[in-house]
Design a protein around this ligand. Structure first.
Ligand code: LIP
Length: 308
């Protein structure tokens, strides 16, 4: 059977390499840091430039790929949205973009059944700002809300993770798979603590870490890039990763890699994974994923496809 998305994936690998080079070059210069939604939600000019590079390179090859249309929202910075009547919002054959920095500039964040590029130009912006060496470019491509392929380029380590649905996961062309660990007491668990730190969430987040540590597990780590975290589970360097408060662009590329590497992905509640839900567990086995779902207390993080 023909694979209609392979050409998009090949382009994606090539563009991601160029994006990684741009990030490495930017690390040699001064980095001006700006805040987005909170003092711990950072952005730099490089995030924006890398996203422009990725989207303009895709548009060069596929001029019809575009942002979803919007009802009367103004166009901002580097993206242009179409303003059309509501019934034409989701044209059947359109291929869309969701990009972290485009959404920050006002582009719609909606996942339809249409093929959609989901782009994080720098996953691990805080790491980038501090030159902490886990910084990735992450791109997933979803069709009917299922991820068809995912690319995560950990560009300081020069590790290119790739996965195509049904065809396995690779790091720099070499097949990878999860550890297969089933015993949570022998596991290394990843999580992140970067979500807005209001007192209630902060308390639950820290309590969750304590609960997981006292299962006990071998250890808990926070590398600082969701996409890299998923790839670490995918290649067996860690056995699980859970997080509440991330976004679809943090998850899309890595979700493909970890799934194709034989990992399990689910919602933090233990239910089915939902790309727009801002929460997930990935693990080397269902037993570990379910144990983490059982131990962790949920807090509300909103969704990517609703305001706020
Ligand atoms: C970041 C994640 C990181 C998480 C932050 C943030 P960004 O993505 O990858 O692991 O702790 O909350 O979402 O903003 O650097 O693309």
């Amino acid at each position: 059977m023909s694979d209609p998305w392979q050409e998009c994936m090949d382009l994606c690998v090539e563009v991601t390499k160029r994006a990684g080079k741009m990030i490495r070059e930017a690390l040699q210069k001064d980095i001006a840091v700006m805040q987005k939604s909170s003092p711990v939600d950072l952005v730099t000019e490089t995030d924006q430039k890398v996203e422009q590079l990725i989207i303009s390179s895709i548009k060069e090859k596929y001029p019809t790929h575009r942002y979803p249309a919007s009802l009367g929202r103004s166009s901002a910075s580097f993206y242009v949205i179409l303003v059309v009547p509501e019934k034409e919002l989701w044209s059947k054959n359109a291929i869309f973009f969701i990009g972290e920095e485009s959404v920050a500039a006002g582009a719609p964040s909606v996942l339809t059944d249409n093929p959609t590029w989901i782009i994080d130009p720098i996953d691990g912006t805080t790491n980038f700002v501090h030159r902490f060496p886990f910084v990735s470019v992450s791109i997933g491509f979803a069709v009917k809300k299922e991820i068809e392929f995912g690319i995560v380029y950990s560009c300081i380590e020069d590790k290119m993770y790739t996965a195509r649905k049904g065809k396995g996961a690779f790091c720099n062309g070499v097949p990878i798979k999860v550890s297969g660990q089933e015993d949570v007491t022998k596991s290394l668990v990843l999580t992140e603590m970067g979500f807005k730190k209001d007192p209630e969430h902060f308390k639950i987040m820290l309590a969750n870490v304590k609960t997981i540590l006292t299962i006990p597990v071998h250890g808990v780590r926070s590398p600082g890039s969701a996409a890299v975290n998923m790839c670490l589970v995918a290649c067996g360097a860690a056995d699980a990763y859970y997080h509440m408060g991330i976004h679809c662009w943090d998850m899309a590329g890595g979700a493909a890699v970890v799934t194709e590497a034989g990992g399990v992905i689910m919602d933090i509640s233990g239910g089915p994974f939902d790309l727009m839900s801002r929460r997930l567990i990935v693990a080397s086995s269902r037993a570990i994923a379910e144990r983490i779902a059982k131990e962790v207390t949920e807090f509300s993080v909103g969704r990517d496809d609703t305001e706020g």
